[in-house]
Design a protein around this ligand. Structure first.
Ligand code: DPM
Length: 357
């Protein structure tokens, strides 16, 4: 049977309903995240037929291949888009928002950004170092991370430590840490560790003074076909407005800097009394050059209409357009400020050095 975009089933009473098909990558984290969203959808729409195509979509993007080599290259996402688009095999895909490029291919949009988990990074120690912190680890201890953003910030702050790449999905990394003597500790996102049920392995959560987080870190995104209005409307109820606005500002900041998902760029956002504040920074690879600043914008809904419905790839049907526009402008303005201070030079040098490694 041909699988079209609108696969329908008829139940015993003759009621026809649409089957919603979710695709997922095969890593444990991807499955957990997909299940989590499926559960939310089932609660919101008990009558909906949800099918999860586990493992059908084998996407080698960040987990299976070196992150640093990816540089936001679209081809790495192509297998997933082929699934979503042409054969229309699946209707929605759950991602970690931080893995999604700031510009999506035509025809796709982020239809939901769920409430953010902790956006911070965490330290996971080799069991033999139990009780220590980054500060108290002995000189020359090796810390595993392949994130340029983490390494740049931590090298500067903890100059007695050494940093080494570590690859693979979360399961692989934890295994590499525990079963070998190569690393004294590794740095991972607290959100991923929590979702995996490994919260007890977190020995230290890094505060923003030591390490700011990646754009979109800790938030889940649901990607859909932009013209699939039924699905778009359905998933839009999953949006968490505050997270949406924070992430629009962060993504606009990154997009303006022309940063992919693997550049030394970090952010921190907050919403307080309808004011969104964004701190953003760019770093040289060793962290010695750094440009960092903070800007704020009011996100109180106003009357201003916007012709643009998507903001840095996000379609948030029930979040006020005015607030979304304000968040996007905030990100662009902060990026422009850092660009006027030489951010592009810092990032270009970092990119060149990294490519040459
Ligand atoms: C991106 C980065 C990493 C992932 C770069 C960064 C970390 C790579 C590494 C863009 N994606 O953060 O500076 O540590 O070598 C990734 C993780 C999660 C989503 C794992 C992690 C889970 C947290 C979330 C990999 N993508 O960062 O520890 O959902 O935000």
């Amino acid at each position: 049977m041909e699988e079209g975009p609108y696969k329908c089933v008829r139940d015993v009473n003759g009621t026809v309903s649409r089957v919603i098909r979710m695709g997922t990558r095969k890593s444990q984290l991807a499955r957990i995240q997909t299940d989590y969203v499926a559960e939310k959808l089932k609660n919101l729409y008990p009558d909906v037929n949800l099918g999860i195509a586990f493992g059908k979509i084998v996407l080698h993007v960040l987990n299976d291949k070196p992150v640093l080599l990816m540089q936001n290259k679209m081809w790495s996402l192509r297998p997933l888009y082929n699934q979503l688009l042409c054969p229309n095999r699946v209707d929605l895909v759950v991602h970690s928002l931080k893995d999604l490029p700031t510009t999506l291919p035509d025809g796709f949009t982020i239809g939901a950004v769920l409430q953010r988990e902790s956006p911070y990074d965490a330290v996971v120690l080799h069991p033999k170092n139990s009780g220590l912190t980054l500060d108290s680890l002995p000189d020359g201890s090796v810390i595993g991370t392949s994130s340029l953003r983490r390494a740049a910030q931590l090298k500067k702050r903890f100059s007695h430590l050494e940093f080494k790449d570590i690859r693979g999905n979360l399961n692989t990394r934890l295994k590499k840490l525990d079963e070998k003597e190569d690393y004294s500790a590794i740095i991972l996102a607290a959100a991923g560790l929590k979702r995996m049920g490994w919260e007890t392995r977190i020995s230290q959560v890094l505060n923003p003074e030591d390490c700011m987080y990646a754009v979109g870190q800790g938030a889940l995104a649901v990607e859909v076909r932009a013209r699939d209005s039924d699905i778009l409307e359905m998933v839009s109820n999953l949006h968490h407005p505050e997270t949406v606005l924070r992430c629009i500002a962060e993504r606009a900041f990154l997009r303006r800097l022309e940063g992919g998902c693997s550049v030394p760029v970090a952010v921190h956002t907050e919403v307080k009394d309808s004011v969104l504040s964004l701190t953003g920074a760019v770093y040289s690879l060793d962290g010695t050059d750094c440009l960092k600043d903070t800007m704020e914008a009011s996100i109180t809904p106003g009357n201003q209409e916007s012709a643009d419905f998507q903001h840095v790839g996000v379609t948030a049907l029930n979040v006020p357009q005015f607030s979304q526009v304000a968040a996007e402008k905030l990100g662009v303005a902060l990026a422009d400020l850092l660009l006027s201070q030489g951010a592009m030079e810092i990032l270009t040098t970092a990119r060149k050095l990294n490519d040459a490694r």
